[in-house]
Design a protein around this ligand. Structure first.
Ligand code: OAD
Length: 257
């Protein structure tokens, strides 16, 4: 990560009218939330098809809920890290700023980020597994332990399901459209802490790509797509890169002031 490249990214951020950030599990790693792939990743030791799919939930809802409540308890003990805080600060200061996150931990919100789209939903939400007509699609539910396991829908008595989007499920169309709008024709796209393997989130990078857009990957282990999809790769942890970019933005503001 050389100074000239960082300076160029900071220059483009300063001049941008529309900046979009796509984040993944690597952003929350410094907060103590486990990633999914790579060293220590959840999918190395847990089976996604059992724990994060409609079929898995149908087979064993109790197992899915146990796993969800464990993760909820872990995340409840985690706080936003400096990278979340800096993105929250930028969301209030930079024009046309949007964060599209694949994370379900709610840490962007907790940091006070103004414009966040939670592509994969939230671990702090639940929904009726039968989508009964009385209930909203999802609602907030910070409960860490239920009296009955698995818990049931307060509206109809069917099973409750965790609010996250599971493998094989479609993202709600309104959410996907808003994310696509944020990605398209942005001046800078920062891709932070994601393997960019899961669709349709990864497609948003391709959507953003244009001759006038700078696509920047921030990841100590750049994704397989780095070589052909990213214009710039800053191969270091998110906190380190965002702190250095923030310092460059602040220095430029002082010069202008
Ligand atoms: P992954 O676990 O696939 O990837 C985490 C990425 O973060 C890797 O590329 C790491 O190199 C990188 N990383 C680790 N520490 C970092 C740090 N300090 N700073 C920056 N990057 C770091 O997570 P995602 O790509 O987010 O889906 O996974 C995408 C989706 O797959 C998740 O949303 C989840 C999962 O199955 C659902 O829940 C539907």
């Amino acid at each position: 990560m050389d100074d000239a490249t960082l300076q160029e990214v900071a220059r483009r951020l300063r001049g941008a009218w529309k900046t979009t950030v796509l984040t993944g599990a690597g952003l929350s790693a410094a907060s103590g939330v486990p990633t999914f792939r790579g060293e220590g990743g959840l999918w190395n030791t847990h089976r996604a098809e059992e724990l994060a799919s409609v079929e898995g939930f149908r087979r064993d809802p109790r197992l899915v809920w146990e796993w969800t409540l464990e993760r909820k308890a872990l995340i409840a003990g985690c706080a936003p890290n400096r990278a979340h805080e800096l993105l929250a600060d930028w969301s209030r200061r930079l024009p046309g700023f949007a964060v599209l996150t694949q994370n379900v931990d709610g840490l962007h919100d907790a940091a006070g980020t103004v414009s966040v789209i939670e592509l994969h939903g939230s671990i702090w939400e639940v929904g009726c597994a039968l989508q009964c007509v009385e209930s909203p699609r999802r609602w907030r539910d910070p409960v860490l332990e239920y009296r009955s396991s698995p818990p049931t829908c307060v509206y109809c008595g069917a099973l409750l399901r965790p609010g996250e989007v599971w493998f094989g499920e479609q993202l709600p169309l309104d959410r996907l459209l808003r994310a696509a709008q944020a990605a398209q024709r942005c001046d800078v796209l920062l891709v932070v802490g994601t393997t960019a393997l899961v669709e349709p989130a990864a497609k948003l990078i391709e959507m953003a790509k244009s001759p006038s857009t700078l696509v920047v990957e921030i990841n100590p282990e750049p994704s397989r797509k780095a070589a052909w999809l990213m214009d710039v790769v800053l191969a270091a942890p998110a906190v380190e890169v965002l702190e250095r970019l923030d310092a460059l933005l602040a220095a430029a503001e002082e010069e202008v002031g």
